[in-house]
Ligand binder design. Sequence first.
Ligand code: HEC
Ligand code: HEC
Ligand code: HEC
Ligand code: HEC
Length: 154
Amino acid sequence: MRKTTVVTICVALACLFFAGGIYAKVGDVIKFAGDCPRTKGEMTFSHKKHSEDYAKQYSDLFANGCGECHHDAKGQPLKDLKADSKVDTCISCHKQCGEAPKGKDAPKLDKKQKLAYIAEAYHQNCQGCHKDFNKKYAPKKAPVTCNDCHPKKS
Ligand code: HEC
Ligand code: HEC
Ligand code: HEC
Ligand code: HEC
C-alpha cells in the first residue's frame, strides 16, 4: 500500500483535496443544505478560500475573522471559531425559507422580520461584503448579480 493516498474529487468547478487521511472538519467547499424548496440551482461556497485566503489577503474586510459570517444568538461575532468547532447552521436561527415576500401586496417588514428569511440573511452577508470589496478593490469583482452566484436550475 502506498503511504500517502491522494484522492482528488472534482465536483463541478471546485476540487476538494483529501491528502494522506487528513480530513478537515469543515469542508473546503460547502454545499448549502437543501432544507428549503428551491427556485434556483444548487450552489456551492468556497469556505476555505473565504476563511483563509481572502481573509488574509483582504484583512480589512475580515476584521472579525470567522465572525464576519458566524455569530451567536445575540448576533455577536464568533471571532475565535476553530475548524472543528460546533457551528450552528444559519437556518437554525434565520428559520424562514426563501426570500421575504415582495410586491405591493406583501406585508411591510422591519429589518429583523426580513432577516428571519434565510435568503435575506445570506444575501445581506454575502453581497454586503462583496459590494464593499468591489468599491475598494475595483477593478476586481466579487459576485453581486443573481447569475454570478446562482446557477440555472437544472
Ligand atoms: C464568508 C463567510 C464565512 C466565513 C468568513 C467563515 N465561515 Fe464558516 N461557514 C459559512 C457558511 C455559509 C457555512 C454554512 C452554514 C450552514 O450550512 O448553514 C459555514 C459553516 C461552517 C462550519 C460547519 C461546517 C459543517 O459542515 O457543519 C464550521 C465548523 C465553520 N463554518 C467554521 C469556520 C471557521 C473556523 C471560520 C474562520 C476560520 C469560518 N467558518 C469562517 C461561512 C463562513
Ligand atoms: C444562533 C443564532 C444565529 C445563527 C446560527 C446565525 N444567526 Fe445571523 N443573526 C442572529 C441574530 C440574533 C441577529 C441579530 C438580529 C437583529 O439585529 O435583529 C443576526 C443577524 C444577522 C445578519 C444582519 C447583520 C447586521 O449587521 O445587521 C445577517 C446578515 C446574518 N445574521 C446572517 C447569518 C448567516 C449568513 C449565518 C450563518 C453563517 C447566521 N446569520 C447564523 C442569529 C443567528
Ligand atoms: C467578509 C467578506 C466576504 C463575505 C462575507 C463573503 N464573501 Fe464571497 N468573496 C469575498 C472576496 C474578497 C471575494 C473575491 C476575491 C478576489 O476576487 O480576489 C469573494 C468571491 C466570491 C466568489 C467568487 C470566487 C470564489 O471564491 O468562488 C463567490 C462565488 C463568493 N464569493 C460567494 C460568496 C457567498 C455565497 C457568500 C455568503 C455565504 C460570500 N461569498 C460571503 C469576500 C466575502
Ligand atoms: C453573493 C452570492 C449571491 C447573489 C449575488 C445572489 N444570491 Fe440568492 N442566495 C445566495 C445564497 C448563499 C443563498 C442561500 C443558499 C441557497 O439556498 O442556495 C441564496 C438563496 C436565494 C433564494 C432562495 C433559494 C431558492 O433557490 O429559491 C432565492 C429565491 C434567491 N437567492 C434569489 C436571488 C436573486 C433574485 C438574486 C439577484 C437579485 C440573488 N439571489 C443574488 C447567494 C446569492
